[in-house]
Design a binder for this molecule. Sequence first.
Ligand SMILES: [Zn+2]
Ligand SMILES: [Zn+2]
Length: 307
Amino acid sequence: MTEAPAEKPCRVCGRPLSAGGGKSREHVIPDWMERHFDLGKRRISYTPMESSDIAASMQLTPGAPEHLRRSHNYGSMLLGAVCQKCNNGWMSNIEGLAKADLISLIDGAPDSMAPDAVARWALKTAYIFTVATDPPVGRVPQRHMLHLRDAAGLPAGVSVFFRVDPEPEWWFSSSVTFVVEADEVAATRMRHVGMRHYRNAYRYFFRLGRLTLMVHYWPSSVDPVGYDEGLIRPLATGVPLHVWDDGHPGFGEDHILHDLAIRSTMCRVSSRVRTPSDLCWCGSGLVLGACELLKHPADTAGNWGAI
Ligand SMILES: [Zn+2]
Ligand SMILES: [Zn+2]
């Protein structure tokens, strides 16, 4: 007698696929977007993120060196194991609420839009991207995806920014380099935790025609994130923001990814007093009350639920 293999879980909600009505395929790039902008035959190349170094990045641009590239048609970037209930239910609602605004933004005409709907779509897409490419750092945790199912707005610490450029391009990138300022007490604490917890930070860029979306997560809910308004503007945020300028003139449109990755935001780590429901000072991305009980786990990118 051989045992039946254990059924695979839905990569989104974690239930067995059969409990959610069976398996469906989620497109990394939604099929309505592929059709509308005729992307199906366009090839997308990317360099997979292979280093576990905090400064690793993953670029999905046409410029990656040949020997490092993996290549797909846009249309074949599929995530195979999402249950019907997730895919055709709440995930499809997120898609539907953002679609019209995305089309006008991609065409470069952002007249009126529902910023929250576009921001939630961007976070959903970043999660699907994490699961599809499986990077060692810079992962969107399942609990952030499930926040989109269970709650309004964005999870604490997540912000979504955008910019609109004159020329259309299509590329994707994940860069986990962050510019950080810490006060003295926080800097000492960070030396003790060895910065390792902050590997839970992530940042995803989606260049969709004239629109660039940046999904930005720095694991603090009390320290405001500075952003350079000459580069990006906020769509929606789960953290306080303020305008910030590093005084650098920038590298220009041809090197926009560089500017966006290195100069668009400035994150802080302070020794301000946290309440039990604030994200922990250690950078785990868990709320303080839960994180202390779990003794400040370093890697929480796969964590679930409300903690
Ligand atoms: Zn599911
Ligand atoms: Zn902690």
